[in-house]
Design a protein around this ligand. Structure first.
Ligand code: HEC
Ligand SMILES: [Cu+2]
Length: 357
């Protein structure tokens, strides 16, 4: 079974509450995920069973605890039922009615008090974890990033570093040599979305005119995947999240590159001029040029991303040509129209886009 496949089945099994199946597949998957193929810490598909961050570990711990209690109850109840069915089955020639018993205070008390206590314990454990995970103020030494949900892409705003990017969130594993956490401020530009990267943390709604927070504390480098988890329109399923957890030095390099403004490249000056004369600039920003739209992804460092359209296709020349020609071919419904450019114009603009490193 491939990693991806088992991840999906296993999460589905877990969601359906199929405990034994979930457990079985999970063990198989955890082994697969720690095998060399997945050695950078990331599972190839979103799974909460291979946590790589403190809050994700806390969530998994609570899940195991709940499942352990529930399966214990299941085993006890099923065994008692089986025992009763077999022991008290009707034997041949016995057609007397069994003795009828009404009202027993000790028994009724037991089956009221015991479940109440169990529910109370589950409530306390879950509530404690929820409060821990939904930190309302930034932990010390944390990196602050504002996440803005848009139909159908993610904007990542680094206020302290002074730049904005899209689709892919890059975070360090340490800062100044100390383990760091990431404090996300979740906002929406339009409808309700939900931010969820199962290996790194909890799931939290991204609501218009409301601010939510989420806290991540990665403990292994790698590229983690997630997606919008609240139906938000046609392209909801293509609103993917990539989180890259870097070593500190690598992250610093990435940050200083993002902080640079665009330098017009002489080699693509036709495309540069055309881009600036087209409506592209009303929606997109390229820092250092007159393009200052804020409706759509910031393109200043477009080529530093592995994908475009929040994960819908790889960021290659071919896909950029197809996208600029007509985004609706790739992401039907996307909030970017075809600009009806000639093939030559598309070519020139893409040559320019390729210089936005
Ligand atoms: C009406 C606003 C609008 C105009 C005009 C527009 N775009 Fe876009 N563009 C968008 C939106 C919205 C997205 C994000 C779509 C999504 O992922 O769902 C986008 C995405 C992109 C992307 C992918 C970026 C990424 O990181 O995912 C590129 C490249 C791009 N546009 C280039 C262009 C070019 C070049 C032009 C001009 C020829 C242009 N756009 C005109 C709204 C616009
Ligand atoms: Cu969404």
């Amino acid at each position: 079974m491939s990693c991806r496949f088992s991840g999906t089945i296993q999460s589905t099994a877990a969601w359906l509450g199929l405990l034994p199946l979930g457990l079985l597949l999970c063990t198989a998957h955890a082994t697969a995920a720690t095998a060399p193929v997945c050695s950078d810490g990331a599972a190839p598909s979103p799974t909460m069973f291979v946590p790589r961050s403190t809050p994700a570990e806390m969530i998994l711990d609570v899940s195991w605890f709940v499942w352990a209690i529930c399966s214990l109850i299941f085993v006890i109840m099923a065994s008692l039922m089986l025992w009763c069915i077999i022991k008290y089955r009707r034997s041949a020639g016995d057609d007397k009615e069994a003795p009828q018993i009404y009202g027993s205070n000790p028994i009724e008390l037991a089956w009221t008090v015991v479940p109440t206590v169990i529910v109370f314990i589950l409530f306390l454990v879950s509530a404690r974890t929820i409060f821990e995970i939904e930190k309302t103020s930034a932990p010390e030494n944390s990196l602050n990033v504002t996440v803005v949900g848009h139909q159908w892409w993610w904007e990542f705003d680094y206020p302290e570093q002074g730049f904005v990017t899209a689709g892919e969130l890059h975070i360090p594993i340490t800062r100044n040599g100390k383990p760091t956490s990431v404090y996300l401020t979740l906002e929406s530009n339009d409808v309700i979305h939900s931010f969820w990267v199962p290996q790194l943390g909890g799931k939290n709604d991204v609501v218009p005119n409301h601010i939510n927070h989420l806290w991540l504390e990665p403990n292994m480098t790698g590229t983690y995947v997630g997606q919008c988890a609240e139906y938000c329109g046609t392209q909801h399923a293509n609103m993917l999240i990539t989180v890259v957890v870097h070593e500190e030095a690598e992250w610093n390099t990435w940050v200083s590159n993002q902080q640079n403004t665009s330098i017009a490249s002489a080699s693509a000056s036709d495309g540069h001029d055309l881009f600036l004369q087209t409506a592209c600039i009303n929606c997109h920003r390229v820092r250092g040029t007159p393009a200052n739209g804020d409706f759509a992804p910031d393109l200043t460092h477009l080529m530093s991303r592995a994908t475009i359209g929040s994960g819908v296709v790889a960021n290659t020349r071919e896909n950029l040509l197809a996208w600029v020609n007509d985004p609706q071919d790739i992401k039907p419904g996307a909030r970017m129209p075809s600009m009806k450019l000639t093939p030559q114009e598309v070519d020139q603009i893409v040559d320019y886009l390729l210089t936005l490193k």
